[in-house]
Design a binder for this molecule. Structure first.
Ligand code: FMN
Length: 451
């Protein structure tokens, strides 16, 4: 049975990535996708991505060193590379560190275009194969939920950026020539509605549309290598895994279900709450890191006031031009029940944080622009509610922010009454194997019925 489960999805994905299964566990920020989680996946022949976003460079470096030592050269792992729209230099520095640490595979997320930092990572791994083909020693799995972003990743690297890197001595002329023959990413993870940041895509709409786009671009650029599209978002049961492969997904990726496992880097109290949720226990609210533009995250609704409160803050932000303009009674309520401290204290903590992270200019800007200052005050609430979920959710349960999606609710239903009902028995690699094996069984049964 396991042999057949290994046969699901793209054979070249398994070969190129050095894994036994076409199944990956996606990144989860601040080490929720911990080194333990990635290690468990890697040892069992699956690909796991370290949740590097929001961790210090020192911590990421130490986690990578640990993974390399434990997994050795033949078991792969990946690391999240998050777009930094505000500060491209930070993105470049992150890529330099990943390359210095010997990281071969990154999950690129939140990108809207191919940046110089991404091109640098891509070019660094290119070399000519003996058969005349292009060999990739570094790989970008790009997470996309929109066709226009997919299109960017499915083109060869922009020639201007490539030329600049060659001029700066950061890539060779041979790598530049090879880059013209392949897309920046050979693997795109098509992300439908998911836990955490989401564009609320529908997998049965998004995957076929991007498969058509892939077909057109392969023809236009005449690529020789196979371009693979994986599917993420809403996958928490064997039926969902089977459906993904029936739709032609080359690999599947899970997220929400892995947060509620023994290895996940989040507090036990949060896992206790997550292990019982159903498929209707999540909600949407504006994301803290993209508060002003109103990008959405999917979060836990059951037993939490966070999503309602985050939506309220966004509505206030849209209605008023400054904190001072908000009616006195509302301001009092926010300080007493949302922030649990005075707005002066919130502002002081915000300024301390911005100074610590070298962003003094933002303080000056906010002092000049009252609406910006209000946004920063409200964004503090996101930081506070997120920190609670890692440290001490019991202290202020109503305000805890937990990113999760309904795939976990479906998983919880599936394992009800079994050992896996208790998260302490849940391990991401065991779950992955079981999901793949049962999906293979469903597909075999289906085949019998139709033949
Ligand atoms: C708690 C949580 C944190 C996440 N953090 C990240 C992240 O830092 N970077 C990223 O690329 N994706 C992140 N994701 C998305 C997952 O990697 C994955 O793509 C997604 O969860 C798949 O959809 P599902 O939740 O429906 O399984 C996160 C998801 C969750 C649930």
């Amino acid at each position: 049975m396991d042999e057949k489960a290994r046969g699901l999805g793209s054979e070249s994905f398994r070969r190129d990535l050095g894994v036994d299964y076409a199944y990956a566990a996606g990144s989860m920020y601040r080490g929720i996708a911990s080194k333990e989680l990635v290690l468990a996946m890697g040892r069992a022949g699956f690909l796991g991505f370290l949740g590097a976003a929001g961790l210090s460079p020192e911590r990421v470096g130490a986690d990578i060193a640990h993974l390399r030592a434990e997994l050795g050269p033949h078991r792969p792992f990946g690391v999240n590379l998050l777009a930094d729209h505000r500060d491209p230099a930070r993105e470049t520095a992150a890529v330099d560190r990943l390359l210095a640490h010997g990281v071969r595979v990154v999950e690129a997320s939140a990108f809207v275009k191919v940046t110089p930092a991404l091109v640098r990572f891509h070019l660094q791994g290119l070399r000519a194969g003996r058969d005349g083909g292009v060999v990739r020693d570094t790989r970008i799995l790009a997470k996309v939920s929109r066709p226009e972003v997919a299109r960017e990743f499915l083109r060869p690297a922009p020639s201007g950026t490539v030329a600049r890197l060659v001029a700066e001595g950061l890539a060779t002329a041979e790598q530049a020539a090879l880059a013209a023959r392949v897309p920046v990413a050979q693997d795109l993870t098509v992300e439908a509605d998911s836990g955490g940041h989401t564009d609320r895509g529908v997998s049965t709409v998004l995957l076929p549309a991007l498969q058509s786009l892939r077909g057109r671009l392969v023809k236009e650029f005449g690529y020789a290598e196979e371009i693979r599209l994986g599917l993420a978002g809403g996958i928490g049961t064997p039926q969902a895994v089977a459906a993904a492969f029936v739709m032609g997904a080359d690999y599947v990726m899970t997220g929400s279900i892995n947060q509620c496992t023994a290895e996940a880097g989040i507090s036990d109290e949060v896992k206790d709450r997550l292990q019982d949720i159903g498929v209707a226990d999540t909600d949407y609210c504006p994301a803290g890191d993209m508060f002003e533009i109103g990008a959405l995250v999917q979060v836990l609704k059951k037993g939490a006031l966070f999503p309602a409160r985050a939506n309220r803050l966004h509505a206030l932000y849209q209605t008023y031009e400054s904190w001072e303009e908000i009616p006195e009674g509302v301001r009092r309520q926010l300080q007493e029940t949302f922030f649990k401290r005075s707005v002066d204290e919130v502002w002081r903590e915000t300024c301390d944080h911005l100074r610590r992270t070298g962003r003094e200019a933002e303080i000056e800007r906010a002092e000049r622009l009252p609406k910006r200052r209000m946004a920063l005050i409200f964004r503090w609430y996101y930081g506070y509610s997120s920190r609670l979920s890692f440290t001490d959710p019991g202290r202020d349960p109503a305000n805890v922010q937990v990113h999760t999606g309904p795939a976990l609710g479906a998983f919880n239903q599936w394992v009800r009454g079994t050992d896996l009902e208790n998260w302490r028995n849940r391990h991401p690699d065991h779950m992955a194997r079981q999901l793949m094996q049962e999906a293979e069984h469903i597909l075999a049964e289906h085949q019998k019925r139709v033949s």
